[in-house]
Ligand binder design. Structure first.
Ligand SMILES: [Zn+2]
Length: 297
């Protein structure tokens, strides 16, 4: 792991794992894709004891190593409410994407982490006190929902904020401009909140360590608003179905999708449509076996 400053660390990889170390005790912020990702993250420390895990959210690439850490170290796991349900019952992720018990193709490690037991449920921004060999250290949960149902970031005692997927790097936004979102309304609110947060530094799970995140917030916001505008534009030209909308976005973004990716993108489209319907710009009707989306302005 790379030291950021004082006790805060991060393991740079495709999905960053955060660390906070006091002597031979380490707290992890998220656990990466699987057993081997999380082992790689802390192995440089040699004989280290993992004393707790803070999960930002329940996506499999953030809690994939939970079960391993829990079995090996009996470490308590802190996770936000609602995310807790997905971490403990990973079938919920492909089930909500599919809309029923999911086909076997969707029961894969990218959508389903090994189940683990959340021992401490985070319900608000009340500080979390962790005991390191008799000295207490306080971590502040920061509500950043939107990318997932109830994501939280964490501020360490030395003032580094681990953001999970509340932001993705500008390079990632350029590569995948249809960024994943569960609730556009909350996602935009969280971006507003991030604009006002100050800290010595920030860790972005798909991006790394940054001292200034303002330009990254701007690129994430632009990406969400652009997708929103494309969707609204398409529907305002003529009433259409989700399939037509998805085809249009597929052409616009040059998407190549397998079944999992198609359902993930479909979920993103649903999130944008929800925002527009609830804002009173669109209406959804059911007609001859089709869900029709139309402009009401
Ligand atoms: Zn995520």
């Amino acid at each position: 792991m790379k030291q950021i400053l004082s006790n805060s660390y991060y393991f740079p990889s495709q999905v960053v794992i955060g660390g906070y170390k006091i002597d031979e005790q380490l707290l992890l912020i998220d656990t990466g894709n699987d057993d081997s990702s999380v082992r790689k993250a802390y192995r440089d420390f040699g004989d280290i004891q993992i004393i707790a895990v803070l999960n930002t959210h329940s996506h499999a690439d953030h809690c994939g190593g939970n079960a391993f850490i829990q079995n090996r170290f009996n470490a308590p796991i802190y996770a936000p409410s609602l995310e807790q349900a997905f971490i403990e019952s990973p079938i919920l992720e492909p089930a909500y994407l599919y809309g029923a018990f999911p086909i076997k193709t969707l029961q894969n490690k990218f959508l389903m982490a090994k189940p683990s037991k959340v021992t401490h449920v985070i319900t608000d921004e009340t500080p979390i006190t962790i005991d390191f060999n008799g000295s207490t250290h306080v971590f502040d949960p920061i509500s950043l929902k939107g990318h997932s149902p109830n994501q939280y970031g964490f501020r360490t005692p030395d003032d580094i904020i681990y953001l999970g997927d509340a932001l993705i790097s500008t390079e990632m936004v350029e590569k995948h401009p249809l960024i994943f979102t569960y609730d556009v309304t909350e996602h935009l609110r969280s971006l507003e909140k991030l604009k006002t947060l100050t800290a010595k530094g920030f860790v972005i799970a798909h991006g790394g360590y940054f001292e200034d995140i303002q330009s990254i917030i701007a690129s994430n916001e632009k990406s969400l608003l652009t997708a929103q505008a494309i969707i609204y534009d398409c529907i305002s030209k003529a009433p259409c179905t989700f399939d037509t909308l998805h085809q249009s976005l597929s052409e616009r973004y040059n998407l190549t999708e397998n079944v999992s990716q198609n359902l993930l993108n479909r979920s993103v489209i649903h999130a944008h449509v929800k925002h527009l319907v609830d804002a009173g710009n669109l209406e959804m009707t059911a007609e001859a076996g089709k869900l029709m989306l139309g402009d009401v302005t």
